[in-house]
Design a protein around this ligand. Sequence first.
Ligand SMILES: [Zn+2]
Length: 98
Amino acid sequence: MVEIYLLIAAYIGLTIWLTVEGQKRNIGATRSFLFNLLLTPIIGFILVFNSGRRISYLVKQYKCPRCSYEFTEEQEYCPLCIKDDKKVKLEEVQKEMT
Ligand SMILES: [Zn+2]
């Protein structure tokens, strides 16, 4: 009977590990978790490790609250709105790029 518990513990442990690993990859955490749970961690392992690594980085951008336009360079006022005689301060936003 002890083997059953070990098997369940290994199953859960592998599922958690592969979910964390899947989070860093294109497959994503949710899909990794479901594949491991439903198709066993053996299939899950193959699927997760065949999935490419996700390369993402945060980029600072400046968004205009009036026209919703995003700029990459820091400017005091939105250059598009200034043409309409509106001085709109840009908001700093963090954007995840992939
Ligand atoms: Zn604007």
